[in-house]
Design a protein around this ligand. Structure first.
Ligand code: ADP
Ligand code: ZN
Length: 744
């Protein structure tokens, strides 16, 4: 990209310092710097970047380094909340106003905006256009308008929001305030609508590459999908993922199958009540639910950066949709997987779906798009090249991170196989569908074969030496080679082309790519419960990662934020590899900014130290307490006599003795309340006289003790929490355990 960074203007210098200070990142990604520079110069800007490309930074950094408030228009309430939480977690003053915010709170926020303290104010379009709100904004010093999900402005696109079309009021009311519009949808018509409807002035359009190189692209045949899914998850027992299905019924059935294998999975579709949906989504964000099985309805409003994989149980209807959905994996930039199941039956039902109840022209377009999707699924060349080509981008070399690149198919002379297939088709007088053709070749005795009399053909059973999936692959290759075509209007019967006739007559050789199953790798021993499988008994590094993940989860639960808001997977992986144990080292981890360091740095450094040195208590394989980052790791530390109370714990504890509540302590010390709770708990664990009854009564303690006994003495904290119907938070549960332990 350009060299703007080396010839840094003062504003970019400030922007870069802010990136480090607030986000803990050393560098802008390609394009971010150019975009920010353009915005800071007061220009209108359009940003087209794929999901996970880093759009937020493009308006948040200008907001941080400019005087005044950046007003962000965003259509998704859940996303707003997430973004504001993430900003606050980074030490940036931000708030949102939408229908979920009460008037008292909204007034507070308005005051903060008027005083100029607020750097970012998120609003829904409805709120923005509501009575008096624009007038109110007239009194705020606005640095920038950011229109997120800007494609919603276009009636052409799939997420059209009528309110968005009124956003031209912004330009009319605030003629001199710059506007930036951001979206992950890059098509030309949408672009044009954004530019004209927002009445942008000499805007510059930044179109970034849509490549997501960290996503491993895999396609496999749609046979035994459930088995393949269970295998896949068993090898990733802690990684979160989404499975997209076409119908609600399939969603429910797949989720149920996973649950039966002990996997924490939930279904999600438009037939659920809003409360049910919110609950499933919340659990997923919080890392309490590993898998969501969803119709396409799921995912629009989520920002979870540690979705590690996305599967398509059914073929999506076009590449745009597919790409948008797989884009929800690996937003943190670390390795992720997209697995697509491909079956011809899906193509057939999809063809019906996309052509029924639409005008002929639209049907034609839909079919053309579906065919491109099918070509992608059947490809024998680098899949990423095909995808990017679809978005008018080219990749200089094969990607090295798709199933085709990873195990390139070998070629063999398939002339004889092709002749067998063609001859079966011809002898059946071109009435065989693809799957029936395979049945005939393999000599199956099912209803369709018998009733058609195909078991009498000379070619019946001529290909019984090959498994179904192999034939399936070869027939598709022959189709793609143009040896026959499918007559959709005749029950999908295969018809031989002139080219196919040449092959039958032995006038044309047919090279074929040997069929191999992607992702078949190491099968787990049968009967082993997938979710119970421990993380790959790995290196010290993966163990430390797991340890840090649990710490993150505990902190997140207490603070009521999703774990990835505490730190991304990318940051934890780097911590596990670098093992930072000093302030400087911790601050050099990507994603650890000043505020994050102040809030959590110490806890993570301590966890790393604790993990690195041999522990006094041998239980320490890091997995025993899988769902229970309870007292276990820390009580191990407590027993090492030399471990005293550290300064920060002492400071929190002293304030507690003075009668301050954790909330007040947090405020006074400028720490997260969750950190204060950890301090208090540790101080208590290390022998200081905490007033336990401030937090939990004797009756409560007895209740908890009884529940523990019922669950067998030392149940995972999560089970205890559920058993007690979420009556006590984790902090209180742990405190009760510590108190009993000390009393014993
Ligand atoms: P988008 O809104 O385009 O989907 P986000 O703004 O959510 O993407 O960014 C995706 C992820 O990339 C986030 O975890 C974000 O913190 C991270 N990120 C953004 N910019 C950078 C950068 N310059 N260096 C490292 N990580 C970054
Ligand atoms: Zn590739």
């Amino acid at each position: 990209m350009s060299d703007t960074l080396t010839a840094a203007s003062p504003t970019l210098v400030a922007a870069r310092a802010a990136l480090k200070r607030y986000y803990g990142y050393d560098q802008f990604r390609p394009m971010q710097a150019d975009i920010i520079e353009h915005i800071l110069a007061g220009n209108d800007t359009v940003v087209l970047m794929p999901t996970g490309g880093g759009k937020s930074v493009c308006f948040q950094i200008p907001a941080v380094v400019s005087a005044g408030t950046c007003v962000v228009v965003s259509p998704l309430i859940a996303l707003m909340k997430d973004q504001v939480e993430a900003l606050k977690g980074n030490g940036i003053a931000a708030a949102y106003i939408n229908s979920s915010v009460g008037s008292a709170e909204a007034n507070e926020i308005a005051k903060a905006a008027l005083s100029g303290h607020l750097k970012l104010l998120y609003v829904s379009p409805e709120k923005l256009l509501s009575q008096g709100f624009l007038q109110f904004l007239g009194r705020v010093n606005i640095s920038l308008f950011a229109i997120d999900e800007a494609h919603c402005i276009s009636s052409w696109g799939h997420d059209f929001r009528p309110e968005y079309t009124q956003l031209r009021l912004l330009r009319q009311t605030f003629p001199s305030t710059p506007i930036v519009a951001l979206t992950a949808t890059a098509d030309r018509l949408t672009q044009r609508d954004i530019l004209t409807q927002l009445e942008m002035r000499e805007p510059k359009v930044f179109l970034s590459s849509f490549d997501r190189p960290n996503i491993n692209l895999i396609v496999r045949p749609g046979q035994d999908r459930i088995g393949a899914i269970l295998d896949f998850i068993a090898r990733r027992p802690t990684e979160a993922g989404i499975i997209y299905c076409l119908s609600r019924k399939t969603c429910e059935a797949v989720a149920l199958k996973l649950q039966q294998k002990g996997i924490r999975a939930a279904h999600y579709h438009a037939g659920l009540t809003p409360v049910q949906r919110a609950k499933a989504q919340e659990a997923f964000l919080q890392d309490d639910m590993q898998v969501i099985v969803a119709t396409i309805a799921f995912g629009m409003g989520i920002d979870k950066s540690n979705v590690r994989w996305v599967m398509h149980y059914n073929l999506p209807k076009n590449i745009e949709g597919y790409y948008q959905e797989i884009g929800r994996a690996g937003r943190d930039g670390t390795p992720a997987t997209a697995l697509l199941f491909y079956s011809f039956a899906d193509v057939m039902s999809m063809r019906e779906m996309v052509t029924s109840d639409v005008p002929p022209k639209q049907a034609e377009l839909n079919l053309a798009k579906l065919e491109r999707m099918q070509q992608f699924a059947e490809a024998a060349t680098c899949r990423r090249k095909i995808l990017l080509h679809y978005f008018s981008e080219s990749l200089p070399a094969d990607c090295g991170n798709c199933d085709i690149c990873r195990s390139p198919p070998t070629t063999f002379d398939g002339t004889e196989l092709a002749q067998k297939a063609l001859s079966a088709v011809a002898r059946a007088r071109e009435r065989l569908s693809l799957s029936l053709c395979i049945d005939v070749l393999r000599g199956m005795r099912n209803q369709a074969v018998i009733s058609g009399g195909y078991d009498q053909l000379k070619t019946y059973g001529a290909g019984r030496d090959l498994p179904y999936l192999d034939w399936y692959s070869y027939l598709h290759q022959l189709l793609n080679e143009g040896l026959f075509y499918i007559a959709y209007e005749e029950g999908y019967a295969l018809k031989i082309t002139a080219r196919g006739q040449e092959v039958l007559k032995g006038q044309r050789p047919v090279p074929l790519k040997k069929f191999q199953l992607a992702e078949k790798a190491e099968k787990l021993p049968r009967g082993r419960k997938a979710a119970a499988a421990a993380p790959a008994a790995g290196t010290a590094e993966t163990q430390l990662f797991e340890h840090l993940r649990q710490l993150r989860k505990a902190i997140a639960d207490e603070a009521g934020v999703p774990p990835y808001v505490v730190f991304t997977d990318a940051s934890l992986l780097e911590m596990a590899a670098e093992q930072p144990t000093s302030r400087v080292a911790m601050l050099s981890i990507s994603g650890v900014g000043m505020k994050k360091f102040e809030t959590y740095g110490e806890l993570f450094i301590e966890a790393i130290l604790q993990h690195g040195t041999p522990r006094a208590v041998p239980a320490a394989d890091g997995n025993a307490d899988a769902d229970d980052f309870g007292p276990a790791p820390r009580s191990a530390a407590q027993k090492t006599a030399d471990r005293g109370v550290n300064e920060s714990e002492q400071a929190s504890f002293d304030l507690h003795l003075q009668g301050l509540s954790p909330e007040q302590i947090a405020q006074q010390r400028n720490l997260a309340q969750s950190t204060v709770l950890v301090h208090l708990e540790r101080a208590y664990g290390k022998g200081l006289p905490l007033r336990v009854t401030d937090f939990i009564s004797e009756t409560d303690r007895a209740n908890i003790r009884a529940a523990r006994a019922q669950l067998g003495g030392s149940p995972p904290l999560r089970d205890l929490f559920d058993h007690l119907r979420e009556q006590y938070d984790y902090f209180r549960l742990r405190l009760a355990a510590l108190a009993d332990h000390r009393a014993a």
